[in-house]
Design a protein around this ligand. Structure first.
Ligand code: EPS
Length: 381
């Protein structure tokens, strides 16, 4: 059995984005349309730029499938770029503050920031969404749902109980929102904020939340620090371009509370709980000791405003070293709604990895047997 892993390659305006996912058990009926639906969702959200009108992102599976079922071998795929102008695009005159341009050129000895930005671009996240679209179908087959929604954009915040209010219709509510948000009442204010920033040649950041339901307790690890699920999830979210902060459960608020108000009392089982234990609250966000508790996973991520501004930020000319505004070609006003889709994807990848580390088998049947054995064992405590 191979441990779940994934890799992506490709430049923003190159031929194609590619990816390989290894360690998916054999016998999973892969729904390719489901992957394309996620790619389409990543392209959406009010405030995106001209590139998204060019692309029609879709996945082409290249290996690892026969008759629609996974073989257990590596699953390779591509997401072709329509804009393949990498050889024709101009060399940026000056590095853009907030992007990888300057440090990337210094690090690799490039004289041309395009050599850096082509890979540093958030376009790479399309490949990661596709990789997650493959992997997450494993945990979905066992009842785990991962769901992200936008909670704040340009200082406009959704109501805090939007998740509870939307209830089981949350997919429907989110799909009706231009912002992948569960609070329809703030759509107009968000749209106005985006329009105002656009008129000023400016950009907006925001916050999204990722939740997962249906997780068994004990995914992740306490004995090996590098396998703590909390740190892997944090790293996954921080690997998305422009993400500057991650909160788990109560997040930074927990530092202001007394211990008696910071944790989740253990109570005798409610129906459907694992092993006869349950929790009164979920301040931990479903993670204790680097492992899932069996409660809902609740994470938030903060995204900075995209650093490519039509009203360019001050910079310095690469050649003359004289002041020269940052190079501008095109950009989104905001891509926080899209980042929420990426956030959902990277969390789903990490959860699938942890799930297979615990219940992994060569086939879906073996995973199921392992999960059932665990359910029985935990139930007997
Ligand atoms: C993106 C593709 C890019 C940008 C955006 C995300 O396309 P282009 O550079 O051709 O306009 O729209 O990239 C960034 C925000 C960034 O910081 O790199 C995409 O596919 O998501």
């Amino acid at each position: 059995m191979t441990r779940l892993s994934w890799r992506t390659a490709g430049e923003s305006h190159g031929k194609t984005l590619i990816g390989v996912v290894e360690g998916v058990p054999a016998g999973l009926k892969l729904d390719v349309e489901r992957i394309d639906a996620e790619l389409l969702r990543r392209q959406g959200g009010y405030g995106r730029g001209g590139r998204m009108r060019i692309e029609r992102d879709h996945v082409v599976i290249l290996s690892g499938l026969k008759g629609g079922l996974t073989l257990g071998s590596p699953i390779a795929f591509e997401v072709p770029n329509r804009d393949q102008t990498i050889e024709d695009l101009p060399t940026p005159k000056s590095p853009r503050p907030g992007h990888a341009d300057l440090a990337g050129c210094q690090k690799y000895g490039h004289q041309d920031a395009r050599a850096v930005l082509e890979r540093a671009s958030a376009r790479e996240t399309a490949a990661r969404v596709a990789a997650a679209g493959v992997a997450r179908q494993v945990i979905e087959a066992f009842g785990v749902e991962v769901f992200a929604h936008l909670v704040e954009l340009g200082g406009v915040t959704a109501r805090e109980d939007a998740w509870e209010l939307a209830g089981s219709s949350r997919s429907q509510v989110r799909s009706e929102s231009d912002f992948h948000c569960l609070d329809a009442a703030v759509s107009d204010a968000m749209r106005e904020a985006v329009d105002a920033a656009k008129a000023d040649g400016d950009t907006l950041g925001g916050v999204f939340e990722v939740r997962a339901v249906g997780l068994p307790p004990g995914l992740g690890e306490y004995a090996d620090p590098s396998e703590r699920l909390t740190s892997r999830l944090g790293a996954a979210l921080l690997s998305i371009p422009a993400i500057k902060g991650v909160e788990v459960g109560l997040g930074f608020e927990v530092a202001r509370r007394r211990g008696s108000e910071a944790h989740d009392a253990i109570i005798p089982a409610l129906e459907g709980s694992w092993g006869g234990f349950s929790r009164e609250t979920n301040r931990s966000g479903g993670l204790e000791g680097g492992m899932t508790t069996g409660e809902e996973l609740v994470l938030k991520a903060a995204m900075k405003p995209i650093p490519t501004l039509r009203k360019s930020l001050p910079s310095v000319d690469f050649e003359s070293r004289e002041p020269s505004p940052a190079t501008y070609q095109r950009s989104d006003v905001t891509s926080v709604p899209a980042a929420s889709v990426v956030g959902e994807a990277v969390v789903a990848l990490e959860l699938t990895r942890a799930f297979l580390a615990k219940f992994g088998g060569d086939s879906m049947g073996a995973v199921e047997s392992s999960l059932e054995a665990y359910r029985a064992a935990v139930g007997q405590i």
